[in-house]
Design a binder for this molecule. Structure first.
Ligand code: NAD
Length: 267
């Protein structure tokens, strides 16, 4: 995969940061995109600029300071900012081979009808709208690669895409939307050489899971481990490994798929 170029959103921590690490280790050049500042609509911290800078510097060292990793601050709700990020990846490395939508937020903890409208809107606009926008601005770049193409559009859905999780109604709706989007893109991209797929993680040890625990009144993220048949939380690297496989040359037969990486949570 040397010479391949990826754009990863939500790259400053958690699954996005693990995905940047996995791609860089396999020789990819990566534009690491994150909002990198708190969101006034949400009551828990987003990643910071320092988090994003740390991901970039650690991966620059990993890549031997070869200029293969660059940070980029953009909010996935901002169409123009994401389009500029795609343009930056193409300008810097000559094209784009994979766009990976990892940015996401959670809110809830109360029934839908008690949830502040601003939080409902943030979850829908980031978790679904942000993925649609990334697809809209990145797929033309994937199509600009010469044939035979092997571009990849990848997103993160969730076990919440298929399970009715109380107190997380808009999150479930957004993630089900991501699954529907991926199925449609898989069909739309037929014959182009480009595939669209998603992974559906179970409970994965990251700040969003700590916020989920708070929303459910649980002591910490670890409390979710007992719900997963394999009896532990997933590590972000385990989700990143599947995204790396889907981004790579061994996944040519898969498109429009939403793969559970969930320790059996969906059983
Ligand atoms: N951790 C889990 O248990 C779990 C389970 C299922 C699905 N997911 C999904 O995996 C994805 C990654 O989550 P994570 O576990 O790494 O969470 P995380 O909170 O650690 O990381 C999310 C990242 O997205 C960034 N972000 C948030 N809003 C943004 C915006 N508007 N624009 C750009 N960046 C923004 C944050 O700054 C942060 O760096 C999310 O889509 C989440 O819904 C996570």
């Amino acid at each position: 995969m040397t010479g391949r170029v990826a754009l990863v959103t939500g790259a400053a921590r958690g699954i996005g940061a693990a995905t940047v690490r996995a791609l860089v280790t396999e020789g990819w050049s990566v534009l690491a995109v994150d909002r990198a500042t708190d969101d006034p609509d949400l009551p828990y911290p987003m990643a910071s600029r320092a988090d994003l800078d740390r991901v970039v510097s650690e991966n620059c060292s990993r890549a031997g300071d070869s200029g293969r990793v660059q940070g980029y601050v953009a909010d996935v709700r901002d169409h123009a900012a994401l389009a500029s990020a795609v343009a930056e990846a193409e300008r810097r490395w000559g094209g784009l081979d994979a766009a990976i939508a990892c940015a996401g937020v959670i809110a809830g903890g109360v029934p839908l009808w008690q949830m502040p409208t601003s939080q409902q809107q943030a979850v829908l606009d980031i978790d679904l709208g942000g993925v649609i926008t990334l697809a809209a601005v990145s797929i033309p770049a994937l199509l600009r690669r010469p044939e035979p193409r092997s571009g990849r559009f990848l997103a993160i859905a969730s076990s919440a895409a298929t399970r009715g999780m109380p107190m997380l109604a808009t999150y479930c709706a957004a993630k089900a939307g991501v699954a529907g989007l991926i199925r449609a893109l898989g069909a739309e991209l037929g014959g182009t050489g480009i595939t669209a797929n998603a992974v559906s993680p179970g409970s994965t040890d990251s700040p969003i899971l700590a916020e989920s625990a708070r929303l459910y009144g649980l002591p910490d993220a670890q409390s979710f481990a007992v719900q997963q048949p394999f009896g532990r939380l997933l590590h972000p690297d385990e989700i990143a490994a599947t995204l790396l496989f889907l981004a790579g040359s061994a996944s040519t037969g898969i498109t429009g798929a939403v793969l559970p990486v969930d320790g059996g949570l969906s059983l």
